[in-house]
Ligand binder design. Structure first.
Ligand SMILES: [Cu+2]
Length: 342
């Protein structure tokens, strides 16, 4: 029983660290040049700080021990007024340390701030909404939401804005945070060397649903990206006029209730509406955070507010839909795909 008290604090630390490591929602495992640069800068300043702390602590302990009053020794120590050499040393050392810190910082700051667009750059205009992310690719004439597709080994430049309040765009494994502010466009760039899914989050308390304002960066090889972009820009007519009976019924329900806010294949939607759903069938999550399955989708459509607090302001609940309408609607939504199934 006694041992429990020894183990307990460590269990808490472990639990805390386990939370930090959630997939790749961590800045401590940087991927790509931007995150690596930022990680190295933090590492360097940490190293310098640790060095200073160790040296100062060592001198402090030495002085404590060396100049203690010893028993029977009651003479007055020699009185000194400053020491030029010491003053020079302890002024020079911090200056040198600051120079070591400043050179890579200034250099990297210029590299990080350079968001010049070349022929190979993919530009994405990001708009943050309470509580979801919209991604527009102006050169490709594509708009999507929640899942941000990017080609690997390619410079991606973001123009960041917000439609309502201040949010913050954060993909911990790929780059540091950048605020999205209504009326101001901030920019930044990233590059992902490896294929994979990088988790993103809103990092600025923006309202009730803030904690569920998640998104994904899906890095795919450039060929797959082209296929995806092609599929998004000129989607299969199946998405708009499904031939299957159930999906066709679902499409009708969709047109009557949802198309005003949600575009599919370049049709419908409105600037105050919700995410483009052209490739919704391929999203792993609903509304950025819920597992994508039929029960969750039905729960979301019937009452979004219950799933993500605050989302009801943007999307009303559709609890009035009959069960068979709901089933065909879900079938239709799940059929919305632009990539060939592997
Ligand atoms: Cu937010």
């Amino acid at each position: 029983m006694k041992n429990l008290w020894r183990v307990l604090p460590f269990s808490f630390i472990l639990l805390f660290l386990a939370g930090c490591g959630k997939q790749n929602l961590t800045a401590l495992d940087p991927r790509g040049p931007v995150a690596e640069m930022q990680h190295n800068l933090i590492g360097l300043s940490l190293l310098i700080m640790v060095f200073v702390i160790v040296v100062v602590a060592a001198i402090f302990i030495y002085v404590l021990v060396r100049f203690r009053e010893k028993p029977g020794d009651n003479h007055i120590p020699e009185q000194v007024e400053g020491n030029k050499n010491l003053e020079i040393i302890w002024t020079a050392i911090p200056i040198v340390l600051l120079i070591i810190l400043a050179i890579p910082n200034v250099m990297d700051t210029f590299t990080l701030a350079d968001t010049e667009v070349t022929d190979d750059t993919v530009v994405v205009n990001v708009t943050a909404h309470q509580y979801w992310w919209e991604f527009e690719y102006p050169d490709l004439e594509i708009t999507t939401g929640q899942d941000l597709y990017i080609p690997t080994d390619t410079r991606i430049v973001f123009n960041l804005e917000a439609s309502d309040v201040i949010h913050s765009f954060w993909i911990p494994a790929l780059a540091g945070k950048q605020d999205t502010v209504p009326g101001i466009t901030n920019d930044m760039w990233i590059e992902a060397p490896e294929e994979g899914v990088y988790l993103g989050k809103c990092a600025e308390l923006c309202g009730e649903g803030h904690w569920l304002m998640d998104f994904k960066v899906i890095a795919v090889d450039p060929d797959t990206f082209d296929e995806w972009a092609q599929g998004m820009a000129e989607p299969d007519s199946e998405l708009i006029e499904p031939t299957g009976e159930v999906a066709a019924e679902g499409r009708e329900v969709f047109e009557q209730n949802c198309l005003a806010c949600h575009a599919v294949g370049g049709e419908g939607g409105n600037p105050q509406g919700g995410p483009d759903l052209t490739n919704f069938g391929e999203r792993e999550n609903i509304a950025g955070f819920m597992d994508h399955n039929d029960e969750n989708l039905e729960a979301w459509i019937r009452d979004p507010e219950a799933e993500k607090p605050g989302s009801g302001v943007g999307m009303p609940g559709f609890d009035n839909l009959e069960d068979d309408e709901m089933d065909s609607l879900i079938d239709y939504l799940n059929s919305l795909k632009v990539l060939d199934d592997e």
